[in-house]
Write a protein that binds this ligand. Structure first.
Ligand SMILES: Cc1cc2nc3c(=O)[nH]c(=O)nc-3n(C[C@H](O)[C@H](O)[C@H](O)COP(=O)(O)OP(=O)(O)OC[C@H]3O[C@@H](n4cnc5c(N)ncnc54)[C@H](O)[C@@H]3O)c2cc1C
Length: 345
């Protein structure tokens, strides 16, 4: 039977980062990724703050455009521009680069390989139609918002926002990211994120509005495109997905299982941003494993570390999300003040 020190489930930014750090010190690491190519299809609006430079070196080919600011358009018609330097990524290139870095550090990467279940110190994987049992000492759940690893060790599912997006051609390059708020975008917002000759246009919500109906994302995005006057623009790709909005589980380490990235709930509960948190939590998970294997430090050091470094902004945003949803209103003035407060704009 194959045997590893660490199995990382998911080759997104969280998993590849954790795997690279663990493999760098010589640990035997396997990454199991169900996609054929890490990062494809893209399920992201692809904006990441420039702070990511402190964590990873982004190759030029992974950058579609740089931006310096974000413009927020509120329900009462006011706008606010804030400095928000960052990158619009080509996520498929970014994710593939991080996975490649993990492989160069010594990790083994299985693509088109789906983790099905966990049992004691084993992970059951379906690869090329075969069911394999792989032995491991530690499992990293970096398998996204609907993590099977988290479920397998008894975590309740995350509360999720749902998002739908199209990438359309734009006649002239846009210089800033734009977020649009409206009472119909319950608990969320719509966005236009520029990528040179194209832009990601999407909407993400946590419910159907004050009347509590199911969100009609296609309808909301269709209306938003009409509002922009872009309903006839050529659509290059469509995507969508889920975003955890309840903040991280208080304990992201359970026995010899560690959760990072979306699997652990490391997305900003108000903005939904998760790329940077995925890399940061992946890095902390990687470092916790190094200390576990090299210094016999308990793996639960991970919980102490993320709470110290990532906890304050995330836990503050959890309170903001609760308040936002509790008092969401169709009154444009009141909703604008609420959004300015919780978005801190
Ligand atoms: C529509 C949309 C727009 C977004 N826009 C932004 C944005 O602009 N900026 C931002 O910062 N964040 C954004 N996010 C959030 C961001 O995409 C995530 O927070 C980020 O991708 C989390 O990285 P991760 O590595 O934790 O998980 P993921 O990137 O989701 O990677 C998880 C990986 O695990 C694999 N996997 C899942 N299950 C299994 C299994 N059983 N076996 C093997 N492999 C498995 C998946 O195939 C995937 O490759 C957006 C999310 C959505 C849905």
């Amino acid at each position: 039977m194959r045997e590893y020190d660490v199995i990382v489930v998911g080759a997104g930014p969280a998993g590849s980062t954790a795997a690279r750090i663990a493999a760098n010190v010589g640990l035997k690491v396997l990454i199991v990724e169900r996609k054929r190519r890490p990062g494809l299809p893209v399920q992201c609006a692809e904006y990441v703050p420039a702070l990511i430079d402190l964590e990873v070196e982004i190759p030029e080919k992974a950058v579609a455009q740089r931006v310096e600011g974000m413009e927020a358009l509120f329900p009462d018609g006011t706008t606010f521009t804030v400095r928000a330097p960052g990158y619009l990524l080509r996520r498929e290139v970014f994710d593939a680069t991080l996975a490649q870095q993990a492989v160069e550090a010594g990790a083994e990467l299985w693509t088109d390989a789906c983790a099905l279940a966990l049992a004691e110190d084993e992970v059951i994987v379906r690869k090329e139609g075969r069911i394999l049992t792989v032995k491991t000492r530690v499992v990293v759940g970096a398998d996204g918002p609907r993590s099977i690893v988290a479920r397998a060790v008894g975590y309740r599912p995350h509360r999720l926002a749902v998002a739908y997006q199209v990438e359309v051609e734009v006649p002239e390059p846009l210089r800033v990211t734009r977020v649009y708020f409206d009472p119909t975008f319950f608990g969320g917002y719509a966005w236009v994120f520029p990528k040179g000759s194209t832009a990601n246009v999407g909407v993400g919500v946590t419910g159907g509005g004050v009347d509590g109906r199911r969100p009609d994302l296609h309808g909301l995005l269709g209306k938003f495109l009409v509002f922009l006057g872009w309903e006839k623009r050529r659509i290059i790709r469509r995507t969508g997905g889920f975003i955890p909005v309840n903040g991280p589980y208080w304990r992201c380490c359970s026995g010899r299982v560690i959760l990072c990235g979306d699997a652990g709930g490391f997305t900003h509960p108000v903005t939904g941003a998760g790329i940077l948190f995925a890399v940061q939590s992946g890095e902390l998970a990687g470092r916790a494993m190094v200390r576990y294997f090299c210094e016999a430090t308990p793996l639960s050091i991970y919980d102490e570390e993320w709470r110290k470094f990532l906890g304050p902004p995330l836990l503050r945003a959890v309170r903001h999300r609760r308040r936002m949803e509790a008092v969401w209103t169709e009154d444009a003035q009141a909703l604008t003040s609420l959004l300015r407060e919780v978005w801190q704009l």
